[in-house]
Design a protein around this ligand. Sequence first.
Ligand SMILES: Nc1nc2c(ncn2[C@@H]2O[C@H](COP(=O)(O)OP(=O)(O)O)[C@@H](O)[C@H]2O)c(=O)[nH]1
Ligand SMILES: [Mg+2]
Length: 419
Amino acid sequence: MTNIDPDNSREWAAQAYALLKKRQEEQKQELQKEEEQKQELQKEEEQKQELQKEEEQKQELIDTSNKEKIFGQAETIAETELGEFDDNFTWSAMVLAAQGKKINQISIDEIDWLTKLRRGLEETRKGFVTELLDKLGDDPLTPESLDDLETLLIRADVGIDSTDKVISSLRTKLNEEVLGGEAGIKFLKKELKLIIDKPIKNSGTDLLVPQKGKLNVWLLVGVNGVGKTTTLGKLAYLSSKSNYKTLIAAADTFRAAAVEQLKVWGDRSNVDVISNQSKNADPAAVVFDAINSAKKRDIDLLLVDTAGRLQTKNNLMDELAKIKKIIDKKVPDAIVESLLVLDASQGQNGLKQAKSFAKSADLSGAIITKLDGTSRGGVSLAVSEEVNLPIRFIGAGEGIKDLRPFNSYEFVEAMLADK
Ligand SMILES: Nc1nc2c(ncn2[C@@H]2O[C@H](COP(=O)(O)OP(=O)(O)O)[C@@H](O)[C@H]2O)c(=O)[nH]1
Ligand SMILES: [Mg+2]
């Protein structure tokens, strides 16, 4: 990772902007052409239907129940529009450049996501970095400023363990050399990144993706309302867009509306949902059906939505264990991920949930949601340090594109961006 000269990077960003703009215009022309062709086809189809209708009327055999849809089943998800060439664009381009991305490798979606992430973490930043920078100014760090920093980190829900770690590293560093404000922030970023990266490194997998040639089963677990179903919908989109054959199992049979909610998400990315609409359906039985279907269709990724509340908590854990047993029995070589979904806005409460789930459910990762508009984004660090879970995805909004694989560099840069 290189640190780039801001003047050069602005120029770099301007070039990237021009390139993306050109690409977008080309795409628009392409789309228009396609649209014209589609309309042409539609006209032909209508004419054909008209003829057919006449034919049918002649025979007085009109069956309206069997009409098929003519065009594209999946709802088309709009392409992201290129925004202004502003501070958000420049910052996002710089973050990509610092990770070694070449100008022709960046996409509007990436820029858009980073902008969202930075905006989303604004509240976390306001109570933290802005105040920190005010306090530090350009003066070298002192032991007193470390006390301020400690308070600010705790207030941003970074957690006591992570805060202690960072402060003591900074203290050691200060004993060795004088640190100015800017160097202090740089050191702080490095330390925070180390904390988040540790469980990721320990897991041996930097980026969680379905393994080809096997059935991958991702269970989404967590308490009610944290965003499991929404996250699953966004994952289905990411996965099918990346050409993995994807299937959804609606194993939250406890909430009546859960299946409908999932079907809406499934439709948007053309992913099928396996469900059992009968009352009190057994979640493990839904997973059973879904696995059968997944095997038949050679599915790469089966996404399983689970309930967030049953009569008692033990019940919930038993249910999860039962689901896992079914998977083990039916597809012993499946790659199973149990991903705990956590709502960042719940701060320390979310951390408590994570600890309690981690004790009883065999978790392999975490997904942090609702990073948009919370001042508690720091809780991601506490999850890494105290629950020792690799963060795999983060969500910052309710839209289908508002979820991305977790990238610790981008996260820390966004959390500590100076504006
Ligand atoms: N702002 C925001 N809202 C979210 C996000 N993820 C989910 N939500 C909202 O949180 C609410 C609960 O989500 P749901 O997926 O039903 O939670 P579940 O009970 O865990 O399945 C819904 O209103 C979602 O739109 C996010 O990243 N940002
Ligand atoms: Mg749900």
